[in-house]
Design a binder for this molecule. Structure first.
Ligand code: UD1
Length: 424
């Protein structure tokens, strides 16, 4: 039987040094899916080697792609990608697999993609993806747990699409599909995340005609064909934000390298308000803990608001900040599972609906805790860095989906953190 591996963190060690930020998971996944839009050879640099990225590569493999990983990056060949079925066995492991739906439909006129199931942080429907594709002429049916989509004989056609909510992956689905559709598409109330701007740039490099990506109105004029491109994945702003918060719990001073500070404006403003010293120099960001931290109010929102993917981490920090802090989650309806685990470490948090009130305590105390989702697992690592004793974090497969070499990176900063068979 395979042994369960946990992360152990001995709290109370001051941090110092530098950490290099990896490429963004949420940029790499749509970029890999977008490669299905054109046949040929791609090269991707700055790819984060994460479980989610390998899952997407496995899916692309099933669709007929071939790839090779080298020291320089990822070579992907889509020349024989003729398959249009994304099986449940893969989609059930990673919701973002649904990103292949738009490209498959636009390129081959048909796609059969397993419907993603439930998710620990909320309902996460895909109605916006499907309505957008239907507005472009797609016929979509649900058959035995699969989304079966067909484009009309002459292919998808451009349309004006309004999103009730600026969904990130729905915006990406429509951008990719519209790039190969007949005529013009306008996406209104589109998501504005840096990963959207990045995907738009990649599609343009492949020959797509897109304007306005990164703003709430995206204009796409469909083209007949696209060709492969060289793609450099943008830095992971969520990983950067997580490390920048660490001195707040462990003390000390660190420099985050190869980040993009302009993607982190809201986060950096919050960290300054909290009392951290933040200094920017090119693609490097210094974070230093001064004497006193202050309680703050955080409200997650679509970009450029405070990211929901950094909500759990800031809450871990606020657990030991004297006074009362408030965290409001507006993006997902059920994203407070980390609260019960933080409470096991001695945090005082009350939740009512989408609002969490954090009463700062003097110190957290180590305990066995369980990671409940990807970002929640990072929040437990942060909390443990400041806690008294050795914290044991189980279910760390969540963490591996989104943080590259987390233990190594924190160890190099002076933290005592290691992986070993679970004890509790
Ligand atoms: C992406 C990110 C994820 C991040 C999230 C919000 C990727 C691969 N994942 O997820 O890390 O937490 O953005 O920043 O990029 N919604 C609908 N109908 C839909 C789609 C979404 O109602 O068809 C709702 C969701 O339930 C949720 C909200 O919109 O409440 C935001 O979700 P969305 O932006 O779509 O998140 P993802 O794209 O799945």
């Amino acid at each position: 039987m395979q042994e369960n591996i946990c992360i152990f963190v001995e709290g109370g060690h001051k941090l110092s040094g530098e950490v290099i930020i990896s490429g963004a998971k949420n940029a790499a996944l749509p970029a890999l899916a977008a490669a299905l839009l054109a046949e040929g050879e791609y090269f991707f640099s700055n790819v984060p080697w994460l479980v989610d990225v390998f899952t997407m590569l496995e899916l692309l493999g099933r669709l007929g792609c071939q790839y090779e990983i080298t020291r320089e990056g990822l070579y992907l060949d889509t020349s024989n990608a003729e398959e249009t079925l994304a099986p449940y066995e893969i989609v059930s492991r990673m919701r973002a697999s649904v990103l292949v739906l738009g490209p498959l439909l636009a390129k081959h006129g048909k796609a059969k993609v397993a419907r993603p199931g439930g998710c620990p942080i909320g309902k996460r429907p895909i109605d916006l993806h499907l309505k957008g594709l239907e507005a472009m002429g797609a016929k979509i049916e649900m058959e035995h747990g699969y989304i079966v989509a067909k484009a009309p004989r002459r292919g998808l056609c451009g349309a004006e699409i309004f999103f009730d909510f600026p969904s990130v992956t729905a915006t990406e689905t429509i951008m990719m599909a519209a790039s190969l559709a007949r005529g013009k598409t306008l996406i209104r109330n589109a998501a504005k995340e840096p990963e959207i701007e990045f995907l738009g740039d990649m599609l343009c490099a492949m020959g797509a005609k897109i304007k306005g990506h990164g703003s709430e109105n995206i204009y796409i004029e469909g083209v007949k064909g696209l060709s492969p491109a060289k793609v450099d994945i943008i830095p992971d702003r969520i990983e950067a934000g997580t490390y920048l918060m660490a001195p707040a719990v462990a003390g000390g001073e660190i420099i985050v390298k190869r980040a993009n500070p302009s993607h982190l404006e809201n986060v950096l403003a919050s960290l300054k308000q909290l009392g951290l010293t933040i200094e920017i120099s090119g693609d490097e960001i210094l974070s230093r803990r001064g004497k006193r931290l202050r309680p703050i109010k955080i409200r997650t929102a679509p970009y450029p608001g405070y990211p929901t993917d950094l909500q759990a981490q800031i809450m871990a920090v606020l657990c030991t900040v004297k006074g009362v802090s408030v965290v409001v989650e507006t993006v997902f309806e059920d994203r407070f599972h980390h609260v019960e685990e933080l409470k096991r470490l001695g945090a005082e948090i009350t939740v009512e609906g989408r609002v969490a009130v954090v009463q700062g305590v003097k110190r957290l105390q180590a305990a066995p805790v369980k990671a409940t989702d990807l970002r929640a697992s990072a929040s437990l690592v942060l909390a443990a860095l400041g806690a008294e004793g050795v914290t044991e974090i189980s279910e760390i497969h969540h963490l591996k989906r989104g943080y590259e070499s987390l233990c190594d990176k924190f160890s190099k900063l002076g933290a005592k953190i290691w992986e070993a068979p679970c004890q509790s």
